[in-house]
Ligand binder design. Structure first.
Ligand code: LHQ
Length: 264
């Protein structure tokens, strides 16, 4: 059987591919576990300085595999606890992406629906194929947006638009998502993987510690006062100022040469 998650590393970039293309990479439990393991591996590996998450085939991810939930309920004779499922399977993935001190790029190759759209929005950056779309599918099956969707989408596009999409199960095309700032870049489908890898490689050569600390700063800023942010920035800058990459950046500037950052 094909692995539900593929993992490869090259040029400082870990590429994680959701790999159930026949069902648009809908999530099963083994796949969620494998995704969490792959993210943990990328997080731990100092040679990995940027992560790309993408999908095999024509879809990015269609969210929870609805057939799988039904099968499990039939087999066990009782309802699956969605709260437990989210707390043990989905939330740790979202949390890991948000707290990992390396940039994570979502290379959205096609439709991202339900929790698959949440996964895309949890990434730090998104590059989308012009054929990609984001579908707030939850309400179509009588569910609430989950896996961080309520947080990310409201942050990105504001409450009125986010609520309308969630309440109607609406779809954002790649072009609309680009216009609204939900995706950073949009490219033709056949250029997506090369463009995502080129971007990731560039980020993998940047000062990784500073990027990781920036991620911490911005995560915190979303839930803090200006006063708290100012203080936290000072603290983080103390850490960044002691890194080898800071010293290298300054030396390279003064010597008028390109810097060689090592992620340390
Ligand atoms: C699928 C799926 C799928 C199984 C496409 N499952 N097979 C929920 C519950 C519990 C806890 C955790 O959190 C969640 C959060 C969620 O994620 S809820 C939302 C779950 N996802 C959905 O409701 C999306 C369902 N899929 C769709 O609405 C459409 O497939 C989209 C809009 C994604 C794509 O439409 P099309 O491009 O027209 O493709 P398609 O519908 O023909 O799908 C292709 C195949 O993939 C098809 O199989 P088949 O054997 O007919 O070729 C679908 O059945 C299968 N598939 N999504 N979630």
């Amino acid at each position: 059987m094909d692995e539900p998650i593929l993992y490869s590393v090259g040029d400082g970039v870990a590429t994680i591919t959701l790999n159930r293309p026949d069902v648009l990479n809908a999530f099963t439990d083994p796949m969620l576990d494998a995704l969490n393991d792959a993210l943990a591996k990328a997080e731990r590996d100092a040679a990995v300085r940027c992560v790309v998450i993408t999908g095999a085939g024509r879809g990015f991810c269609a969210g929870q595999d609805l057939g799988d939930v039904k099968r499990r309920e039939q087999e066990s004779g009782h309802a699956v606890s969605f709260a437990e499922h989210l707390r043990t399977k989905y939330n740790p993935i979202v949390r890991r992406i948000r707290t990992m001190e390396k940039p994570v790029i979502g290379a959205v190759n096609g439709v991202a629906a339900g929790a698959g759209a949440s996964l895309a929005l949890a990434c730090d950056l998104r590059i989308a194929s012009d054929k990609a779309s984001f579908v707030l599918a939850f309400v179509k099956v009588g569910l609430v947006p989950d896996s961080g969707m309520n947080y990310f989408l409201v942050q990105m596009i504001g409450l009125p638009r986010a609520f309308e999409l969630a309440a109607t199960g609406g779809r954002l095309t790649a072009e609309e998502a680009l216009h609204l700032g939900v995706v950073n870049r949009m490219v033709p489908t056949d250029e997506l993987q090369a463009a995502a890898q080129a971007w990731a490689k560039e980020l993998a050569q940047a000062p990784t510690r500073a990027i990781g600390l920036t991620k911490r700063a911005m995560n915190r800023a979303l839930v803090s006062s200006v006063e708290e942010v100012l203080d936290y920035e000072a603290w983080l800058q103390e850490i960044a100022g002691r890194t080898a990459d800071h010293k290298e950046g300054v030396a390279a500037f003064l010597e008028k040469r390109p810097p060689q950052f090592k992620g340390q």
